[in-house]
Design a protein around this ligand. Structure first.
Ligand code: ZN
Length: 153
């Protein structure tokens, strides 16, 4: 059995996973999720309306950030949605502000809920199993609260 990301190219796996973003070489504007930078069919224009840059690279984002906002998904989203638990189990979502200057939405780590979150609290990127299928575990990035004392829960 293998473990592969649910979505290829959005994050790395391993002991210290990180998200991947597209950065404009001219103005350093970041885009997450990343977009293909080597598409020969057409130049990739910067999403910053004040920039005419077309050179981009894929860069890693900070592994830690602070909670910008959060909520929970009490009801199963309508299709199409990424496979979830069956029966449906509510999960928390956090929008996390990274030092890179970008806010990234993601699920909150397994075992944590909105009662474990507060605006401004530090979280760290982890990679966990979203579900398993015939090819093995399918991985997703999540935000895990960092305990004030640095300990694990
Ligand atoms: Zn730019």
């Amino acid at each position: 059995m293998t473990a592969t990301p649910v979505i290829e190219g959005w994050f790395t796996t391993g002991a210290e996973p990180h998200l991947l973003a597209t950065r404009c070489a001219q103005c350093s504007n970041l885009v997450f999720p990343p977009v293909p930078v080597d598409d020969a069919r057409a130049p990739l224009f910067c999403r910053n309306p004040a920039c005419d840059g077309t050179e981009h690279t894929t860069v890693p984002l900070s592994r830690r950030g602070t909670v910008w906002s959060y909520t929970d998904a009490q009801y199963q989203p309508p299709a199409p949605y990424l496979p979830a638990s069956d029966p449906y189990r509510p999960f928390a979502l956090a929008a996390v502000e990274l030092a890179d200057g970008i806010v990234v939405l993601g699920q909150v780590a397994e075992g944590y809920g909105t009662s474990d979150l507060r605006v401004g609290a530090e979280v760290e990127l982890v990679v966990e199993t979203l579900h398993a299928d015939d090819s093995g575990d399918r991985l997703i990035y999540r935000w895990k609260p960092v305990a004030a004392d640095g300990g694990e829960r």
